[in-house]
Design a protein around this ligand. Sequence first.
Ligand code: PMV
Length: 361
Amino acid sequence: MYENSRLIIDSSNPPESGEIIWRSPSNIAIVKYWGKYGIQLPKNPSLSLTLASSITDTRLSYSLKAEDDAAISLDFEFQGEPNEAFAKKIVAYLESLSAVFPFLRQLDLKIESGNSFPHSAGIASSASAMSALALCLCSLEDRLFGTLQDPDTFDKKASYLARLGSGSACRSIYPYAAVWGETPSVAGSSNEYAVCVADQLHETFKDFHDDILIVSQDEKSVSSRDGHALMDGNPYAEPRYAQARTRMGLLLDAMKAGDLEAFGKIAEDEALALHALMMTSNPSYILMRPDSLAIIEKVRQYRLDTKIPLYFTLDAGPNVHLLYPGAHVQDVRAFIEQELSEHCDSGYVQQDWVGEGPEEL
Ligand code: PMV
């Protein structure tokens, strides 16, 4: 879709060396993306809230190669240290973009990346990392060729490129909330990139919290990549995709109206549906831990007792995300401290909230 053989540096007019830095956040899906086809295309539409404190900072430095060769030249550091495993993945990703960004082969590149949270904590770091990198690449194109001046065009391309790196990363490009995947509920929605739906949100969702209870920092027994693939043989796959499509419309209605009860019901039902799909895959697997369930039960009881609109969601892992409006931050934090942190690995809670999206530093 974005192949462009004209994006070649004219070596008789070489660009100066430079650097670009983007800070990009993670996101938390409310309607979940689970199941894909083709090159990272979703089987159903998803909607996420853009977070603020779980972020990746990525610095891309570039200079024209002294000698022409066709290989991607990359020096990569993660949290200040060389990291072979990540470097390999990023080289493969940049190679895969050679028709989109032919100029990448003309440059010596250095990428330095770091997260605001421990990498192994089980917080989706691929969304913040891949969106930060995609934004750096779009800024680089614009700096070299002036081709991405229009902010909407820029964001759409960054979202498309982030998606190729990690599906859910395409939603991190936008402030507050994004929808990825075709749905009649959002004009202009696409399977290829996400679109911003901030203008459709009730104010409640712009001051909204997501405290992430880290139940386990162990590596997941089944990766997201393998989990998506197992959807292909899952007997509930088709009804699941239909369910997600229906819920997308209902969720947007609830988020427009500021209907927290309807929002919370969909958020929790989606989390449990995601994990039910894992339990009904072949082979079946379980990523929730006893502490995840203990937290869920306490959250539901707390809601009954206090009438505070506190809801949970889950990613593809054991950690529990607590969703609630900013007005209740003091009560909920006290509840976490007194009742829930005992279920967390070393009491670790990543406090997060809905934010304004990536920024260039
Ligand atoms: O983007 P991936 O391939 O890591 O898949 C992420 C899937 C979920 O986090 C479970 C749901 C979602 O929509 O983010």
